[in-house]
Every structure is written in structure tokens, then in C-alpha cells.
Write a protein that binds this ligand. Structure first.
Ligand SMILES: [Zn+2]
Length: 321
């Protein structure tokens, strides 16, 4: 107990903050389900509550598992300037140059995504339902993290530029304010990724490229806001708390020209594509028996219509939420 408490204190003091926010992680996993083909929906749709609830497990694991922390970020600015050509994308090659300890210290998110993708593929091969769901939820989480610009920077919470709190502002406050009201999640059905490592590094580098804008726009906007306008007491989860005001948040979102929405949409698409790729690489195992016969019988009509929609583009990830 004492260990857990001191770990909690250490985490709080370190200023490390977590990932998209629970709200967005749940949405991302939840929307991704409906981009999957019918052959996967038979398992994923009845498992939607699990996949959403457990979308944040990796963050919770950080409190009790030391190895978990570095899996959620990569401080790319430690490796020079964009596009960081001095950092090999291959793990073994990177270890040869920097050593494992140093790589872990600065975060291993892109490699963790490859690792969990391989584990999920194995779970599909074994037709191990519990592992398929657990690893799908985990993979959705890490892929979501990889789309957040500040997860690729050592200035992850604006601590180096006097912008404390910007991490949660970008990935929690803005989506919670706007995702349900103003953003849409019309997306393409899941597609196969032939080179998952390249795809991963592509979205990680896109995140890195966006870091400057994330910070600069907040700094710029702050100049025209007094502190009591920038922050306000507003409701969040049935509690009145001091947070970035709605006006400031909406102005920031405008200045970023839809970046947060775009990255969230891309997260949903990528999660569906990676889940689908794991299933294909495992030989497209039949998942229909896994959800339980009772569920299949009672949901056959709904599944049939989802199958119909899946075959006609585009799919709206939001439609079945
Ligand atoms: Zn995370």
C-alpha cells in the first residue's frame, strides 16, 4: 500500500499526464468497432462496453507497473529535429545506437504499438477471446496516444514553456466540449495495412510536426485573455471545477483549424485498420461462436443491417453508438 501511495505521489510530482483523456479514448475504441467487417462485428459489437471501458486500462496500469509508463509516449525532440533521421525506426537498430535504457527513458510508444499488434495477431490465431478483447482495447489506447502531438515531445505538459496544463487541455477539455456536439465521425471501413511499422511512424511523425502549433497557438491566444477569462468554473462530470473556459477552448480549437477533431478521427480509423490487420494476418479466424449463441440470435437483424452498411461506403462510426 505504501508503495502504491508513494508511486502515486511520484507520478503526480513528475507532472506526467495521461493520454487523450478517458472520454476520448472510450470514444475512439467505441467508434472504431463500427468500421469493422461483419465477420469481426459478431464479436466486437457485443463487446463494445468492454472495449470502451477498458480503453483506459493502460493508463491505469501505469500506477502499478513501472514498465508501463514509457509505453505511452516518445520524446522525439531528444533525437534532434524533425524528421529525426538519427533515430532508427527499427527497435534493434535503435538499441544498438542508443541502448535500451536510454530508449525506454525517452519513451517507446511506436515500438509498443508493433508489439501489441503482434500479440493481438497471436490471440486471433489462438482464438483466445479474452486476449483478443484485452489486446484490442490496449492497442486502441496506444494508437490513440500516438495521434496526440504532445505524446511525442519532452515538453509534454508545457512545463518548459510555462504552459502547464496544455496536455489535458488539448486532449481532454477540447474533445469533451466539442466531440459530441460539433464533430462528425464519418469514416471509411477498415482497410488492411501492409506495413504497420511504417504506418505507425507516419502518424507519430505527424504528431511531432504538430507540436509547435499546439504550443504556439495556446501562447498566442493567451495574450488576449485575462486569467479570469482564460479559466472559469464550469461543470465537468457533475462537479464544478476551474478549467479552461469554454470561450477560450473554442477559440483555441478554431485557431488549430480542426486539428484535435482530425487527430481523433484519424485515431478511430487507425484503430479499426490495425484491429482488422491483426485479424487478417491471423488468417481471418471465424469469430462467430465467441460472442455466445444467445447474443447472436437476439441481434441477428441488427448485425445483418450493419453488414449491409459496412459494404456501402462510407461508414459512420458514430451511427451505432
Ligand atoms: Zn496512454
Amino acid at each position: 500500500m505504501r508503495y502504491i501511495i508513494s508511486l502515486l505521489v511520484a507520478l503526480l510530482l513528475s507532472g506526467k499526464v495521461f493520454c487523450w483523456g478517458f472520454f476520448a479514448h472510450e470514444k475512439i475504441n467505441g467508434y472504431a468497432i463500427y468500421l469493422l467487417p461483419p465477420e469481426m462485428l459478431v464479436l466486437y459489437k457485443p463487446s463494445a462496453p468492454y472495449l470502451k471501458t477498458h480503453a483506459t486500462d493502460p493508463d491505469k496500469r501505469r500506477y502499478i507497473l513501472k514498465a508501463e509508463g514509457p509505453r505511452h509516449f516518445i520524446d522525439l525532440d531528444q533525437y534532434g529535429r524533425y524528421p529525426f533521421v538519427g533515430l532508427p525506426r527499427n527497435w534493434q537498430a535503435a538499441v544498438k545506437i542508443f541502448g535500451e535504457d536510454s530508449l525506454i527513458q525517452h519513451g517507446i510508444l511506436p515500438w509498443r504499438i508493433q508489439q501489441v499488434l503482434a500479440m493481438l495477431t497471436g490471440a486471433f490465431r489462438e482464438k483466445n477471446k479474452a486476449n483478443i478483447l484485452k489486446l484490442s482495447a490496449d492497442l486502441g489506447h496506444y494508437i490513440g496516444d500516438g495521434h496526440v502531438p504532445l505524446h511525442t515531445s519532452s515538453n509534454h505538459n508545457g512545463q518548459k514553456t510555462n504552459q502547464h496544463g496544455i496536455h489535458g487541455f488539448w486532449e481532454s477539455r477540447v474533445p469533451e466540449l466539442l466531440a459530441d456536439q460539433e464533430w462528425d465521425f464519418f469514416l471509411e471501413k477498415a482497410s488492411y495495412i501492409s506495413q504497420p511499422a511504417e504506418t505507425t511512424w507516419k502518424f507519430i511523425l505527424e504528431s511531432a510536426l504538430a507540436v509547435d502549433s499546439v504550443l504556439a497557438m495556446e501562447a498566442e491566444l493567451s495574450k488576449s485573455y485575462a486569467a479570469d477569462q482564460k479559466f472559469a468554473f464550469e461543470w465537468r462530470n457533475q462537479a464544478l471545477i476551474r478549467q479552461y473556459s469554454s470561450n477560450f477552448s473554442k477559440e483555441y480549437n478554431k485557431l488549430l483549424r480542426g486539428m484535435v477533431e482530425r487527430r481523433m478521427r484519424q485515431s478511430v480509423q487507425a484503430v479499426a485498420n490495425f484491429w482488422y490487420t491483426a485479424w487478417v494476418n491471423a488468417g481471418q479466424p471465424n469469430l462467430s461462436g465467441m460472442a455466445g449463441e444467445a447474443w447472436i440470435d437476439s441481434s441477428q437483424n441488427e448485425l445483418d443491417s450493419l453488414s449491409f452498411f459496412w459494404r456501402s461506403q462510407p461508414v459512420k462510426g458514430k451511427s451505432c453508438d
